[in-house]
Design a protein around this ligand. Structure first.
Ligand SMILES: [Fe+2]
Length: 212
Protein backbone atom coordinates (compact mmCIF):
# COMPACT_ATOMS: atom_id res chain seq x y z
CA UNK A 1 0.00 0.00 0.00
CA UNK A 2 1.34 3.44 -0.94
CA UNK A 3 0.83 6.69 0.96
CA UNK A 4 -1.54 7.77 -1.80
CA UNK A 5 -3.64 4.61 -1.25
CA UNK A 6 -3.69 5.38 2.45
CA UNK A 7 -4.73 8.98 1.76
CA UNK A 8 -7.58 7.76 -0.42
CA UNK A 9 -8.70 5.39 2.32
CA UNK A 10 -8.64 8.20 4.91
CA UNK A 11 -10.62 10.49 2.61
CA UNK A 12 -13.25 7.78 2.19
CA UNK A 13 -13.39 7.44 5.96
CA UNK A 14 -13.83 11.22 6.26
CA UNK A 15 -16.51 11.13 3.57
CA UNK A 16 -18.51 8.70 5.67
CA UNK A 17 -17.84 10.79 8.81
CA UNK A 18 -19.12 14.00 7.17
CA UNK A 19 -22.21 12.25 5.84
CA UNK A 20 -23.04 10.98 9.32
CA UNK A 21 -22.61 14.53 10.63
CA UNK A 22 -25.05 15.96 8.11
CA UNK A 23 -27.65 13.76 9.81
CA UNK A 24 -26.46 14.37 13.40
CA UNK A 25 -26.10 18.17 13.40
CA UNK A 26 -29.81 18.99 13.02
CA UNK A 27 -30.51 16.76 16.05
CA UNK A 28 -27.86 18.58 18.07
CA UNK A 29 -29.33 21.93 17.04
CA UNK A 30 -32.81 20.78 18.03
CA UNK A 31 -31.68 19.52 21.45
CA UNK A 32 -29.87 22.79 22.30
CA UNK A 33 -31.73 25.45 24.27
CA UNK A 34 -29.10 28.21 23.92
CA UNK A 35 -29.93 30.25 20.84
CA UNK A 36 -26.34 30.99 19.80
CA UNK A 37 -25.49 27.31 20.17
CA UNK A 38 -28.39 26.34 17.93
CA UNK A 39 -27.26 28.91 15.38
CA UNK A 40 -23.69 27.58 15.56
CA UNK A 41 -24.90 24.05 14.76
CA UNK A 42 -27.13 25.26 11.95
CA UNK A 43 -24.35 27.23 10.30
CA UNK A 44 -21.91 24.34 10.76
CA UNK A 45 -24.46 22.09 9.06
CA UNK A 46 -24.23 24.29 5.96
CA UNK A 47 -20.43 24.09 6.12
CA UNK A 48 -20.56 20.32 6.60
CA UNK A 49 -22.60 19.91 3.40
CA UNK A 50 -19.83 21.86 1.70
CA UNK A 51 -17.23 19.53 3.27
CA UNK A 52 -19.00 16.57 1.65
CA UNK A 53 -18.85 18.36 -1.72
CA UNK A 54 -15.16 19.21 -1.29
CA UNK A 55 -14.34 15.56 -0.61
CA UNK A 56 -16.17 14.60 -3.81
CA UNK A 57 -14.03 17.18 -5.61
CA UNK A 58 -10.91 15.71 -4.00
CA UNK A 59 -11.82 12.21 -5.30
CA UNK A 60 -12.32 13.71 -8.76
CA UNK A 61 -8.94 15.48 -8.54
CA UNK A 62 -7.34 12.11 -7.74
CA UNK A 63 -9.28 10.39 -10.55
CA UNK A 64 -10.92 8.13 -8.04
CA UNK A 65 -14.50 7.01 -7.49
CA UNK A 66 -16.57 8.73 -4.84
CA UNK A 67 -16.92 6.07 -2.19
CA UNK A 68 -17.38 6.00 1.58
CA UNK A 69 -15.55 3.68 3.94
CA UNK A 70 -17.41 3.05 7.21
CA UNK A 71 -16.00 5.30 9.93
CA UNK A 72 -16.61 3.64 13.32
CA UNK A 73 -14.67 6.42 15.07
CA UNK A 74 -17.17 9.12 14.13
CA UNK A 75 -20.08 6.70 14.56
CA UNK A 76 -18.99 6.14 18.17
CA UNK A 77 -18.67 9.84 18.95
CA UNK A 78 -22.09 10.54 17.44
CA UNK A 79 -23.61 7.57 19.27
CA UNK A 80 -22.33 8.86 22.62
CA UNK A 81 -23.75 12.27 21.86
CA UNK A 82 -27.15 10.92 20.90
CA UNK A 83 -27.40 8.78 24.07
CA UNK A 84 -26.59 11.89 26.10
CA UNK A 85 -29.32 13.87 24.35
CA UNK A 86 -31.87 11.11 24.94
CA UNK A 87 -31.05 10.84 28.63
CA UNK A 88 -30.63 14.53 29.46
CA UNK A 89 -33.29 17.14 30.16
CA UNK A 90 -33.20 20.25 27.98
CA UNK A 91 -31.28 23.07 29.68
CA UNK A 92 -27.84 24.54 30.22
CA UNK A 93 -26.27 21.35 31.58
CA UNK A 94 -27.35 19.41 28.50
CA UNK A 95 -26.19 22.33 26.30
CA UNK A 96 -22.75 22.14 27.93
CA UNK A 97 -22.70 18.36 27.37
CA UNK A 98 -23.73 18.76 23.73
CA UNK A 99 -20.81 21.17 23.26
CA UNK A 100 -18.47 18.57 24.73
CA UNK A 101 -19.73 16.00 22.21
CA UNK A 102 -19.50 18.49 19.33
CA UNK A 103 -15.93 19.40 20.23
CA UNK A 104 -14.97 15.72 20.17
CA UNK A 105 -16.37 15.61 16.64
CA UNK A 106 -14.38 18.70 15.64
CA UNK A 107 -11.15 17.39 17.14
CA UNK A 108 -11.53 14.08 15.32
CA UNK A 109 -11.97 15.97 12.06
CA UNK A 110 -9.13 18.40 12.75
CA UNK A 111 -6.81 15.43 13.31
CA UNK A 112 -7.96 13.65 10.17
CA UNK A 113 -7.97 16.67 7.84
CA UNK A 114 -4.64 17.90 9.21
CA UNK A 115 -2.99 14.55 8.45
CA UNK A 116 -4.62 14.18 5.03
CA UNK A 117 -3.61 17.72 4.01
CA UNK A 118 -0.01 17.03 5.09
CA UNK A 119 0.10 13.77 3.10
CA UNK A 120 -1.48 15.39 0.05
CA UNK A 121 1.15 18.15 0.22
CA UNK A 122 3.95 15.55 0.24
CA UNK A 123 2.31 13.77 -2.70
CA UNK A 124 2.07 17.11 -4.54
CA UNK A 125 -1.68 16.83 -4.96
CA UNK A 126 -2.10 20.61 -4.88
CA UNK A 127 -5.84 20.72 -5.64
CA UNK A 128 -6.50 18.20 -2.91
CA UNK A 129 -4.39 20.21 -0.46
CA UNK A 130 -6.40 23.37 -1.18
CA UNK A 131 -9.71 21.57 -0.67
CA UNK A 132 -8.64 19.89 2.55
CA UNK A 133 -7.13 23.04 4.03
CA UNK A 134 -10.31 25.03 3.41
CA UNK A 135 -12.29 22.45 5.36
CA UNK A 136 -9.61 22.19 8.06
CA UNK A 137 -9.85 25.95 8.67
CA UNK A 138 -13.64 25.74 9.00
CA UNK A 139 -13.39 22.87 11.49
CA UNK A 140 -10.91 24.86 13.57
CA UNK A 141 -13.16 27.93 13.47
CA UNK A 142 -16.18 25.85 14.52
CA UNK A 143 -14.19 24.40 17.42
CA UNK A 144 -13.09 27.89 18.54
CA UNK A 145 -16.65 29.17 18.37
CA UNK A 146 -17.79 26.29 20.60
CA UNK A 147 -15.01 26.98 23.11
CA UNK A 148 -16.02 30.65 23.32
CA UNK A 149 -19.71 29.80 23.74
CA UNK A 150 -18.92 27.27 26.45
CA UNK A 151 -16.48 29.41 28.41
CA UNK A 152 -18.31 32.71 28.14
CA UNK A 153 -21.89 31.53 28.57
CA UNK A 154 -23.08 27.95 28.54
CA UNK A 155 -20.75 26.46 31.18
CA UNK A 156 -21.54 29.36 33.53
CA UNK A 157 -25.29 28.84 33.19
CA UNK A 158 -24.77 25.10 33.61
CA UNK A 159 -22.78 25.65 36.81
CA UNK A 160 -25.65 27.63 38.33
CA UNK A 161 -28.46 25.43 36.96
CA UNK A 162 -27.87 22.68 39.52
CA UNK A 163 -28.08 25.03 42.53
CA UNK A 164 -30.39 23.74 45.28
CA UNK A 165 -33.56 25.68 46.12
CA UNK A 166 -32.31 26.00 49.71
CA UNK A 167 -29.23 27.92 48.66
CA UNK A 168 -31.32 30.17 46.45
CA UNK A 169 -33.71 30.89 49.33
CA UNK A 170 -30.76 31.80 51.53
CA UNK A 171 -29.55 34.26 48.93
CA UNK A 172 -33.00 35.66 48.58
CA UNK A 173 -33.14 36.34 52.32
CA UNK A 174 -29.77 38.08 52.21
CA UNK A 175 -30.94 40.21 49.32
CA UNK A 176 -34.22 41.17 51.01
CA UNK A 177 -32.57 42.04 54.35
CA UNK A 178 -29.92 44.14 52.64
CA UNK A 179 -32.55 46.18 50.84
CA UNK A 180 -35.00 46.59 53.77
CA UNK A 181 -33.65 50.05 54.56
CA UNK A 182 -33.47 51.20 50.97
CA UNK A 183 -36.15 52.65 48.72
CA UNK A 184 -36.33 49.43 46.71
CA UNK A 185 -38.00 47.36 49.46
CA UNK A 186 -41.19 47.07 47.44
CA UNK A 187 -39.53 45.11 44.67
CA UNK A 188 -41.17 41.95 43.51
CA UNK A 189 -40.10 38.42 44.32
CA UNK A 190 -39.11 37.93 40.72
CA UNK A 191 -36.73 40.89 40.96
CA UNK A 192 -35.05 39.31 43.96
CA UNK A 193 -34.90 36.00 42.06
CA UNK A 194 -33.17 37.76 39.23
CA UNK A 195 -30.69 39.19 41.67
CA UNK A 196 -30.21 35.78 43.24
CA UNK A 197 -29.53 34.21 39.89
CA UNK A 198 -27.06 36.94 38.98
CA UNK A 199 -25.27 36.30 42.27
CA UNK A 200 -25.14 32.64 41.28
CA UNK A 201 -23.74 33.52 37.89
CA UNK A 202 -21.05 35.73 39.33
CA UNK A 203 -20.09 32.98 41.76
CA UNK A 204 -19.90 30.53 38.87
CA UNK A 205 -17.74 33.02 36.97
CA UNK A 206 -15.42 33.37 39.97
CA UNK A 207 -15.21 29.58 40.32
CA UNK A 208 -14.49 29.30 36.63
CA UNK A 209 -11.69 31.87 36.89
CA UNK A 210 -10.18 29.96 39.82
CA UNK A 211 -10.15 26.74 37.81
CA UNK A 212 -8.20 28.31 34.95
FE1 LIG B 1 -16.60 18.79 8.51
Amino acid sequence: MTLQDKLLEELRDLYHAEKQLVKALPKMAKASTHEDLRDAFESHLEETREHVTRLEEAFAAMDEKVRAKPCPGMAGIIQEGSEMMQEGEPGSVLDAAIISAAQRVEHYEIGAYGTCAAWARLLRLDDVVTLLEQTLEEEKAADKKLTALAEQEVNLSAASEGMGEEQEMEEEETVSSSRSTGPSSGRSRSASRRQSSSATTSRARAADRRRR
